[in-house]
Design a protein around this ligand. Structure first.
Ligand SMILES: C[S@@+](CC[C@H](N)C(=O)[O-])C[C@H]1O[C@@H](n2cnc3c(N)ncnc32)[C@H](O)[C@@H]1O
Length: 158
């Protein structure tokens, strides 16, 4: 699994602790150092590397499963095509991308809320994706007691 924008690695560490092979990538070296320290402390085998989410093809690897938790919604609309193409370059055909992003549905939304229509516009058959499901969820932030409204999207690479 690839965790794009893994931050300090909690999701990558969780999935690796279940026995899956995981690479977490981020641009922030400080976050990666914290992620590696957590992996050492917990005795979990997981790989972390510095990489730009817009240039994932430089990894020279492909993944059955890709996770984006809190990265997609940080990009402006004009940046999304480049990011989505980068994701496509590392996701195996028939592989699955999971995106958890701020949603525009409900009160107290997070910054950069995303609509379902924006998700479906970003990932479509014309650029190699099939949005299988978009479910309401919550995403934890420092500013929301019970998390902010989110979409949990399951998107297949075709
Ligand atoms: C909101 S944090 C989410 C961290 C983690 N996924 C989580 O759920 O806790 C977004 C992360 O994306 C990283 N990021 C932002 N732009 C990036 C880029 N172009 N390439 C790779 N990582 C990026 C940030 O450094 C940050 O760690």
């Amino acid at each position: 699994m690839l965790d794009a924008g893994c931050g300090t690695g909690e999701n990558a560490l969780h999935v690796a602790s279940l026995g899956l092979s995981v690479l977490g990538v981020d641009v922030a070296e400080t976050a990666l150092a914290m992620a590696r320290a957590k992996a050492d402390d917990r005795g979990i085998e997981v790989e972390f590397a510095a990489a730009d989410a817009f240039q994932l093809e430089r990894l020279g690897r492909r993944f059955e499963t890709v996770l984006d938790c809190g990265l997609f919604h940080s990009f402006d609309a004009d940046e999304r095509p480049g990011y989505v193409a980068s994701l496509a370059s590392v996701t195996e055909h028939d592989g699955t991308l999971y995106v958890l992003c701020f949603s525009d549905d409900g009160p107290d939304t997070g910054p950069h809320p995303i609509s379902q229509e924006e998700l479906r516009a970003a990932f479509s058959s014309s650029n190699g994706w099939d949005v299988v499901a978009i479910e309401p969820d919550r995403v934890q932030t420092r500013y929301h007691d019970d998390g902010a409204p989110a979409w949990f999207a399951t998107i297949k690479r075709i």
